[in-house]
Write a protein that binds this ligand. Structure first.
Ligand SMILES: Cc1cc2nc3c(=O)[nH]c(=O)nc-3n(C[C@H](O)[C@H](O)[C@H](O)COP(=O)(O)OP(=O)(O)OC[C@H]3O[C@@H](n4cnc5c(N)ncnc54)[C@H](O)[C@@H]3O)c2cc1C
Length: 524
């Protein structure tokens, strides 16, 4: 077992780093003590404290097969469908508490990098990349670190490829190769939690062509590496009195500017291997979209609870007031609907042929993320529908103590006689915070674009879905299987990864081995 840190130890561990972080136009002296980052530190801290709680540790920790050590779930390489399900549940659980706890990005990236390292080795008949990655992984696990994901480049003109950009720094690239390592420059535009992570995992954000080889790189960089500057936003709504949730929990995002940052070879997972770049991007995206499903389900749980409380505080029981019940059922359907895609993606997950680690099913992962990306706006609408206008019209918290107005407001703004006024306004402010404030907008935009924009998911769904098999199915039924042209595009995509030469499963094979029934004596 590695020495797992508590949230306090995590915060203290950041004091060993001296990153260059700007916030609202000023240099941050100490990230660990910066009030504007406190909600972010608190949220990441939950992932540490949960792993130490005996009742949660089966979910929040896992045994790393390559070392035999128990590590934080968010640093673990998935080895089974059960691992994927546990990760999904773990993400949901931490997001019920924090809204967004960021650290699962670390796990998504580690899993994808392990896969690409093994793929490069297999292509070259070597073992070097696996060994280098595992050595890095074990070090990260032993030190119980949090790693930020620096994937989304600034990208410049979206219609042009990296090498066509007017400004080369629109994408992070290899600026120089040295005997001891590489020197990288360029900009990653959006990095969640950037100021308060220990290291950044730098990865390409797209498929690269041969001309883009300099931009195809994957490496690990300590957050205080010379030449790295983070320009960050506050995490959540620190210090705002009415922000009942997001003055405690939230995430900062940062622009990461690399200016001739030196990376030694033992931290370079690939550099210049353009033909492996798309594999890493798409596999990371699949892991991460699977995690996004758990994250937004945790957020959905908060809206379901707060929506029901608001109905009650207003004097209604949604069970008997049918139009409110319909809205609540819609909210439940949305949340559990996309979560079910996460469960399906876990159950239909498969071992990656290179590394043997487990990948969530890409079609279900992408459908789940696509659903939540668009339905987040419905979730907010429903929260507003059942709550009423008070969510944005309630006088601010200072009025709660104004001798001229407080007593009168608490009389006239009370609704259900059984629910105290202060509980009603607390619920209302909680809902404002999550759905109608700056933070509410943040949850919308991270749901829509975080992990990739909807168009990227649609592309992945179409690319991975076995439409060809479905065409053949119908042709067989119609007795029209007459066009045997292998160049025919519509039938090309036939269950990739299933029933395939890689030996995943044959038609009719059971998908999962049924669990053995317990004897009646065990069923207490
Ligand atoms: C809160 C938040 C946190 C995030 N955290 C991280 C993080 O930790 N790490 C990280 O790496 N990234 C992170 N992201 C970035 C996220 O992955 C991107 O926002 C997403 O990939 C979209 O990229 P973009 O924001 O640059 O939008 P754009 O690329 O500008 O997209 C805008 C629109 O243009 C379309 N578009 C873009 N390019 C093309 C094209 N070539 N052809 C056709 N249409 C195109 C898109 O589909 C979209 O509809 C985060 C994002 C948010 C909002």
């Amino acid at each position: 077992m590695v020495a797992l840190m508590s949230s306090g130890e995590y915060r203290d561990s950041l004091r060993q780093y001296h990153p260059v972080v700007y916030l609202d136009g000023r240099l941050v002296e100490s990230v660990a003590d910066e009030a504007a980052f406190k909600p972010g530190l608190n949220a990441v801290g939950v992932t540490y404290d949960f792993a130490l709680r005996p009742e949660l540790s089966p979910l929040m920790t896992a045994v790393q097969h390559s070392s035999g050590k128990t590590v934080n779930r968010f640093l673990h390489i998935n080895a089974s469908a059960g691992d994927l399900l546990n990760k999904l549940e773990a993400v949901r659980r931490v997001c019920q508490e924090t809204g967004c706890a960021m650290r699962y990005l670390t796990q998504d990236a580690l899993n994808a990098i392990y896969q690409v390292a093994a793929r490069i080795d297999d292509a070259r008949g070597s073992t070097e990349h696996r060994a280098k990655f595992l050595s890095y992984l074990h070090d990260v696990q032993n030190r119980d670190l949090t790693l930020g994901v620096a994937m989304t480049d600034a990208k410049g003109d979206r219609s042009k490829r990296p090498h066509e950009q007017g400004n080369r720094d629109s994408y992070v690239h290899v600026a120089e190769r040295k005997a001891a390592g590489i020197v990288i420059s360029g900009t990653k535009a959006i990095v969640t939690g950037a100021p308060y992570v220990h290291e950044l995992l730098v990865m390409p954000c797209r498929n690269m062509g041969r001309e883009d080889a300099d931009f195809a790189l994957c490496c690990a960089v300590p957050i205080d590496a010379p030449g790295l500057t983070i320009v960050a936003r506050p995490a959540g709504r620190p210090g705002e009195k009415s922000a009942l949730f997001s003055n405690k929990f939230g995430q900062s995002t940062g622009v990461a500017i690399f200016d001739k940052v030196f990376v030694p070879w033992d931290r370079v997972f690939f550099a210049g291997d353009w033909e492996h770049s798309g594999f890493l991007t798409y596999h990371y995206a699949t892991h991460h979209r699977h995690s996004c499903i758990g994250a937004r389900a945790g957020f959905g749980d908060l809206l379901i609870g707060a929506g029901a409380l608001m109905c009650e505080a207003n004097g209604f029981n949604p069970e008997t007031e049918t139009h409110l019940r319909e809205q609540m059922v819609e909210l439940i359907k949305i949340t559990e609907g996309f979560f079910a895609c996460g469960v399906a993606a876990s159950v239909y997950g498969a071992a990656d042929p290179h590394s043997g680690s487990f990948m969530p099913d890409p079609v279900f992962s992408n459908i789940g993320k696509l659903l939540l990306a668009t339905q987040i706006y419905d979730m907010h609408r429903i929260a507003h529908y059942v709550s009423g206008g008070l969510v944005v019209a309630l006088p601010g918290p200072d009025e709660d103590h104004n001798p001229a107005t407080a007593a009168r407001l608490s009389e006239v703004l009370r609704a259900n006689p059984d629910i105290p006024y202060d509980k009603r306004i607390q619920t209302s402010r909680f809902l404002e915070d999550l759905t109608a404030s700056y933070q509410g907008g943040w949850y919308s935009v991270i749901s829509l674009h975080g992990g990739g924009s909807p168009a990227a998911m649609k592309q992945e769904i179409y690319r991975n879905y076995p439409i060809g098999s479905k065409v053949q199915l119908v042709e067989k039924l119609l007795d029209q299987g007459i066009v045997h042209d292998p160049r025919r595009a519509i039938t090309r995509n036939q269950q990739p990864g299933k029933c395939c030469a890689r030996g995943c499963s044959a038609e009719g094979t059971a998908v999962m081995v049924p669990m053995e029934r317990h004897s009646p004596a065990e069923e207490v």
